[in-house]
Design a binder for this molecule. Structure first.
Ligand SMILES: C[S@@+](CC[C@H](N)C(=O)[O-])C[C@H]1O[C@@H](n2cnc3c(N)ncnc32)[C@H](O)[C@@H]1O
Length: 263
């Protein structure tokens, strides 16, 4: 599928479901909280900070909440907030941190926006995989950081959904999920530019009923865009027949935090 059409599909589907995103984004919320915990104690240089593919603002809000818990007496101004960058206006409209100057509508397939020159902190959670060339964009993000600037990233990887891949193979139907970057390529790209003191490959399982429950959940989240042709109803029936009974679905998520040392 043409990358522009795919990108429009991503934006449209997230936009249509924007009001429901937070209610369904349980794993995303948990990861945002974890990522924020890693950011809290980073020795950040001064400079712009942004959350890329910020959506409804789960990362920024987790950071703000944890900073407040750590130092309740601190002034909000002491802790400059993250610019909320996303190309989906409906999601940004649901993002309390994107009000006024706090949000920026921007398509990350076009690189980083001018508004964050030499960032001191870039965060991004569950967004990089939607871009046309995740590894190329990751390298660009890393190399845009100012010296001593930090990247805190979480991305679901190709190690996710083994049960779905197996069911598709057994049913002789194509796997129609989004192609995800491999953990190996993600860490290699980050290490070309950054020193990476934190690198985790996290594994989670979620109940997925008979498969249809999971596919509905993905749709409700707005995350159903894919580059593959949708399955024909008869193919879908076959896929569901091969879905493991009493099923759980596995996710692999890379979480990495790295610092740019050289100019
Ligand atoms: C699964 S959501 C994650 C949102 C948020 N980071 C979180 O953890 O809840 C993926 C986000 O990436 C954004 N996104 C996808 N492709 C994008 C692009 N090309 N440019 C900017 N944002 C994009 C979507 O609009 C959506 O907000």
């Amino acid at each position: 599928m043409n990358s522009q059409i795919f990108s429009q599909q991503v934006r449209h589907r997230f936009g249509r479901q924007a009001d429901h995103y937070n209610g369904h984004a349980k794993l995303q919320r948990a990861i945002a909280w974890r990522l924020a915990r890693h950011c809290l104690s980073l020795p950040l240089p001064p400079g712009p900070r942004a959350d890329l593919g910020a959506g409804t603002g789960l990362v920024g809000q987790a950071l703000r909440e944890q900073a407040h818990q750590a130092m309740p007496e601190a002034n909000a101004q002491d802790n400059p907030s993250l610019l909320q960058v996303d190309f989906c206006p409906e999601l940004l409209a649901c993002n309390p941190m994107a009000k006024g100057q706090g949000g920026l509508l921007w398509d990350l397939n076009a690189g980083l926006p001018r508004e964050i020159p030499q960032p001191a902190l870039l965060t991004s959670s569950f967004a990089l995989q939607w871009l046309d060339d995740p590894i190329q964009q990751l390298e660009l993000w890393c190399s845009a950081l100012r010296p001593r600037g930090w990247l805190a990233l979480a991305v679901p990887t190709a190690g996710s959904f083994p049960q779905w891949h197996q069911a598709a193979a057994a049913a002789h139907v194509p796997f129609t999920g989004l192609a995800l970057p491999s953990a190996k390529n993600l860490i290699a790209a980050a290490r070309r530019h950054l020193q990476v003191p934190t690198y985790q490959r996290l594994r989670f399982t979620q109940p997925c009923g008979n498969g249809l429950t999971f596919l509905r959940e993905v749709r409700q989240l707005g995350a159903s865009a894919t580059r593959q042709k949708p399955l024909h109803p008869s193919q879908l029936r076959r896929l569901l027949q091969h879905w493991p009974a009493g099923g759980t679905l596995g996710w692999e998520v890379v979480l990495l935090v790295g610092q740019r040392l050289t100019p």
